[in-house]
Design a protein around this ligand. Structure first.
Ligand SMILES: [Zn+2]
Ligand SMILES: [Zn+2]
Length: 129
């Protein structure tokens, strides 16, 4: 339900949609591949900047850009278009695995959760006494 009177403008690099395509809904910037996180939260639309962190190819051979929100850390998938900067995409695809496309902290959280279940079992044993 967004109004598209103004051409899409990238908040990161300032790229603007060309005059003849300004009514298209761009979900990310074809120049730097950043997008806007439009997920609805309790406070309204998040609006954070989605930084391109990874690319992957779907089973149907369509390229997807994975963006991570600077504000809430949420991940969003953006379909690659013919307009996208190929060099930028290649540089993201070639990023070393030392920069995983997800926050390491979350992996540690998950590990803690799994460990936590074992402890709950131990507690119920004690309660039986
Ligand atoms: Zn941009
Ligand atoms: Zn967000």
């Amino acid at each position: 339900m967004r109004e598209q009177k103004e051409p899409w403008r990238c908040p990161v690099c300032g790229w603007t949609a060309p005059e003849d395509r300004k009514n298209e809904s761009w979900d990310h910037c074809p120049n730097c591949l950043a997008g806007i996180h439009e997920e609805e939260t309790e406070d309204g639309i998040c609006g954070g900047i989605l930084e391109p962190v990874s690319v992957w190819i779907r089973e149907d051979d369509s390229w997807q850009i994975i963006g991570r929100c600077r504000l809430c850390g949420g991940m969003e998938e953006m379909s690659m278009t013919a307009w996208d900067n190929r060099m930028k995409i290649l540089s993201i695809a070639a990023r070393p695995l030392s920069q995983p496309p997800f926050p390491i902290e979350r992996v540690q959280e998950l590990t803690k959760l799994m460990g936590g279940r074992g402890e709950i079992g131990g507690n119920s044993d004690e309660q039986r006494k």
